[in-house]
Design a protein around this ligand. Structure first.
Ligand code: ADP
Length: 372
C-alpha cells in the first residue's frame, strides 16, 4: 500500500495526471491522462495501457483516472489532490488549500479566463466528490508572475481598468518555476542572471526572469497574447477586433478565430503541429514556421529590453525541447544581441516538469499546514 499525492492538470479537452508518493521520493508512481474528452476519448497510462474510452466529460474522465490510480496503489490512500489552476487573478500569488471560500473566490475569476478556468474548477469539484477525505490544493499558472513590476503588469488604459483586473497576468508560471528549480539544482546562477524562458508547446510564451523573479511576459491578460501558437494568434492589433465587431461578427465567432483557427494552423492552413509543418515542403507550412520563429525572436528582444539585457534563453515545451532546427533558427536570430561570451545569449534546453513542480509545491503547503 502506497499513500499518494495526486496531481491533476485539466485542459479544455484533456486531463493529465501524475500520482507521487505522499512523502520521500519525488518520482511519479503512475502518470498519464485522457485526451480528446468528448466523443473519441483516449486513455494513456505510464504502465503502457492505451485505449479508447467512454469519457464524454471531465468528471467521467477523472473517474477513469481514479480507477487506474486506485488499482495501482493497491488501496493506498490519496492524501491530497493538487490542481493546476490557470488563473489566480490578482488575489492568489501562492499555492493554497482549497476550501469553500477559495472556490467561491475562484468562481468569481471565471470571466478572466472563461475558456480555461471552468475546467480546472470542475476538476476540483469532481475530485472533492471522489476523494472526500483528501486535501484539495491549487497551484496557479499566474502566481510566478505576481512579483513583476507594475510597469510590466499594466496596459496603457485608464487606471480604473487596471484596478478592475485588466492586467498583464502572464501564464506558464509553473513551467517557469520548474525550469528555475532545475537550473538552481545544477548550480546555475539564476539569481544574478537575466533569463528568457521560451516555453514552446501548443501554447507558447516567453517569460523574462530577472535575478530569479518573474519580470515580464509575452502573455498578458489572456493566453492569446505574444507568440504564434498551435491555433492561437499571438499579438494582434486590437483594431482588428473592432473591425470584425463593426462587420457584425459575434464575440463567440471572434473567440473561435483567435483561439482555435489562427496560429500555425491558421497561417499554414494545414496543421497546428510543428512536426507536420517542418516535414512539409508546402510554402504555406514554411511561412507558418517563419512567422513562428520571427515572433519568438521579436518577443525575446522586447523582453531583453525590459531587463536591460539578456544573459540566457532556456527552451522548453514540446517544440522548445525537441525541434532543434527551430531552436537554431531562433538562436541565429538572436545572434546580434550581446551575450556573456560575445555573440548572443547563452542557449539552454531543459525539460519542464509541471506535474512534478505542482507536487513539490503542494507538499510544501501541506507541511506548512500541519505545522512544525
Ligand atoms: P502542450 O502545450 O499541449 O503540453 P507540448 O509541450 O507537448 O504541448 O508541445 C506540442 C508541440 O510540440 C507540437 O507542436 C508538436 O509538434 C511539437 N513537437 C513535439 N516533438 C517535436 C519534434 N521532435 N519536432 C518538432 N516539434 C515537436
Amino acid at each position: 500500500m502506497t499513500d499518494a499525492i495526486l496531481v491533476l492538470n485539466a485542459g479544455s479537452s484533456s486531463i493529465k495526471f501524475a500520482a507521487f508518493p505522499a512523502e520521500g521520493s519525488d518520482e511519479a508512481l503512475l502518470s498519464g491522462g485522457v485526451e480528446r474528452i468528448g466523443a473519441q476519448a483516449q486513455l494513456s497510462i505510464s504502465t503502457g495501457e492505451r485505449a479508447g474510452v467512454a469519457a464524454p466529460d471531465h468528471p467521467s474522465a477523472l473517474t477513469l483516472v481514479a480507477d487506474r490510480v486506485a488499482e495501482h496503489l493497491h488501496g493506498g490512500h490519496i492524501h491530497a489532490v493538487c490542481h493546476r489552476i490557470v488563473h489566480g487573478g490578482a488575489q492568489f500569488s501562492t499555492p493554497i488549500p482549497l476550501d469553500d471560500a477559495a472556490l467561491t473566490a475562484l468562481d468569481d475569476l471565471i470571466p478572466l479566463a472563461p475558456l480555461h478556468l471552468p475546467h480546472g474548477l470542475q476538476g476540483v469539484r469532481a475530485a472533492q466528490a471522489l476523494y472526500p477525505d483528501a486535501a484539495q490544493i491549487a497551484c496557479f499558472d499566474t502566481a510566478f508572475h505576481s512579483a513583476k513590476p507594475w510597469l510590466h503588469d499594466s496596459f496603457a488604459l485608464p487606471q480604473s481598468y487596471y484596478d478592475e483586473g485588466i492586467r498583464r497576468y502572464g501564464f506558464h508560471g509553473l513551467s517557469c518555476e520548474s525550469i528555475l528549480r532545475t537550473l538552481r539544482a545544477e548550480g546555475y546562477p539564476v539569481d544574478t542572471r537575466r533569463i528568457a524562458i521560451a516555453h514552446l508547446g501548443n501554447g507558447c510564451s516567453v517569460t523574462a526572469v530577472k535575478h530569479g523573479v518573474g519580470h515580464a511576459s509575452s502573455m498578458g491578460f489572456s493566453t492569446l497574447d505574444g507568440l504564434v501558437m498551435g491555433t492561437r494568434c499571438g499579438y494582434l492589433d486590437p483594431g482588428v477586433i473592432l473591425y470584425w465587431l463593426n462587420q457584425g461578427k459575434t464575440a463567440a465567432e471572434i473567440e473561435d478565430i483567435l483561439y482555435h483557427r489562427s496560429g500555425l494552423l491558421g497561417v499554414s492552413g494545414l496543421s497546428n503541429d510543428m512536426r507536420d509543418l517542418t516535414a512539409s515542403t508546402d510554402p504555406s507550412a514554411q511561412r507558418a514556421v517563419e512567422v513562428f520563429v520571427s515572433r519568438v525572436v521579436e518577443e525575446v528582444c522586447r523582453l531583453a529590453g525590459t531587463m536591460g539585457g539578456l544573459d540566457a534563453v532556456v527552451f522548453c515545451g514540446g517544440i522548445g525541447e525537441n525541434a532543434r532546427d527551430i531552436r537554431e533558427r531562433i538562436t541565429a536570430g538572436l545572434g546580434f544581441l550581446p551575450g556573456p561570451s560575445g555573440a548572443g545569449p547563452e542557449i539552454l534546453v531543459r525539460e519542464t516538469r509541471e506535474e512534478h513542480e505542482i507536487m513539490l509545491e503542494a507538499r510544501a503547503v501541506m507541511s506548512a499546514a500541519s505545522g512544525p
